[in-house]
Design a protein around this ligand. Structure first.
Ligand code: HEC
Length: 204
């Protein structure tokens, strides 16, 4: 007999639980049997605190922190400079200078450099149509004789009225552009010795 009461009790609890408060609205907070992580003691971003001496909840990155894979120890690759701190000649050894690399450089050059230096690199990009004569002619002896690292540095940090592009072009692509600039310079200053012997007969 006792079980009948128990069954009735559970049926009532279930019915009230499932249907009883349907549609009713309450402004009171819900009962929290298990609060889980509803309320945590934590700092919200950019709010003041008296916990740290400088009063900021946002903590500065400890000095010398390097993001994984971002050590940039190769100064030739990342700064265009050799061990002595001078502009490095030649390309970083990690890079393979092949047709694909130069094609990549051409693509990047046409995006980032052509408006000012022109697709030939002669400094007659479209900006010069609007009265600005500033962009350098990349075929000038000055630039032809510069070490590769110096051109890399110009791209990275800019020079005089040329703004820096270091925040827009990753280091490998800057080197690809340098390789393409060298190819452009060769194209405008070709010598008979540059022509492979097998093709010399085609010249007239
Ligand atoms: C907004 C226009 C502009 C863009 C874009 C630009 N340059 Fe320049 N660049 C200049 C100007 C102007 C100068 C001359 C600066 C000066 O007065 O010495 C210059 C100078 C240079 C020089 C010669 C620096 C020297 O040692 O005298 C090189 C090399 C060069 N640019 C390469 C590039 C390359 C490569 C790119 C593309 C990644 C590029 N520039 C993009 C405007 C530009």
């Amino acid at each position: 007999m006792r079980y009948v009461y128990l069954v009735v009790f559970f049926v009532v609890v279930l019915a009230v639980g499932a249907l009883g408060f349907r549609g009713s609205i309450s402004t009171r907070p819900p009962l929290e049997v298990f609060p889980d992580m509803d309320r945590q003691s934590k700092f919200h971003p950019q709010v003041p605190t008296s916990f740290f001496a400088d009063g900021r909840t946002d903590r500065p990155i400890p000095a010398g922190t390097v993001a994984r894979g971002d050590l940039r120890a190769d100064s030739h690759l990342y700064a265009g400079r050799n061990a002595a701190g001078d502009f490095a000649s030649g390309f970083p050894t990690d890079l393979e200078i092949d047709r694909q690399f130069i094609d990549r450089g051409r693509e990047r050059y046409e995006i980032y450099c052509t408006p000012c230096h022109g697709s030939l690199g002669n400094g007659r990009g479209i900006v010069t149509n609007y009265g600005w004569g500033g962009p350098a002619n990349l075929h000038a002896d000055l630039i032809r004789n510069q070490p590769e690292g110096e051109i890399y540095n110009t791209i990275t940090n800019g020079k005089n009225t040329m703004f820096s592009l270091g925040d827009k072009i990753v280091p490998e692509d800057r080197w690809a552009i340098v390789a393409y600039v060298r190819a452009l310079q060769r194209s405008q200053n070709g010598r008979i010795e540059d022509v492979p012997a097998s093709h010399k007969g085609e010249l007239n």
